[in-house]
Design a protein around this ligand. Structure first.
Ligand code: FES
Length: 114
């Protein structure tokens, strides 16, 4: 156990062995990252944003091709990203909660017009 992964916004953290994927670390931490392909780099559902300064193994060619430049913005596939030290990861908002928040904001705007 010589790596640590912190998941935001919850701030939950877990210590794992170097080389563990961010997805596996999330499961150990009890943090849910949605997947559909089971970690085969096919579904894109496990995307996360890695904070600058995080210690990661170099990105593989297959992941780089699939991300098509998103990796330059810190976005990685958690199933393919291996940790080598301290890593901080931001999870995307829950899609259902995000949809509800958008709907409430729209409704509030409509109410303000009347
Ligand atoms: S789990 Fe499907 S792309 Fe990572």
């Amino acid at each position: 156990m010589d790596a640590e992964v912190v998941f935001w916004p919850s701030g939950k953290s877990v210590r794992v062995r170097r080389g563990t994927s961010v997805l596996d670390a999330s499961r150990r931490a009890g943090v849910t990252i949605a997947t559909r392909c089971g970690g085969k780099a096919a579904c894109f559902m496990c995307k996360v944003t890695v904070r600058p300064g995080s210690e990661l193994a170099p990105i593989g060619d297959a992941e780089r091709r699939k991300l098509a430049g998103l990796d330059e913005k810190g976005i990685r596939l958690s199933c393919q990203t291996r940790v080598t030290g301290r890593v901080e990861v931001e999870l995307p908002p829950d899609p259902l909660k995000a949809a509800i928040a958008r709907q409430l904001a729209r409704q509030q705007q409509d109410d303000e017009l009347w």
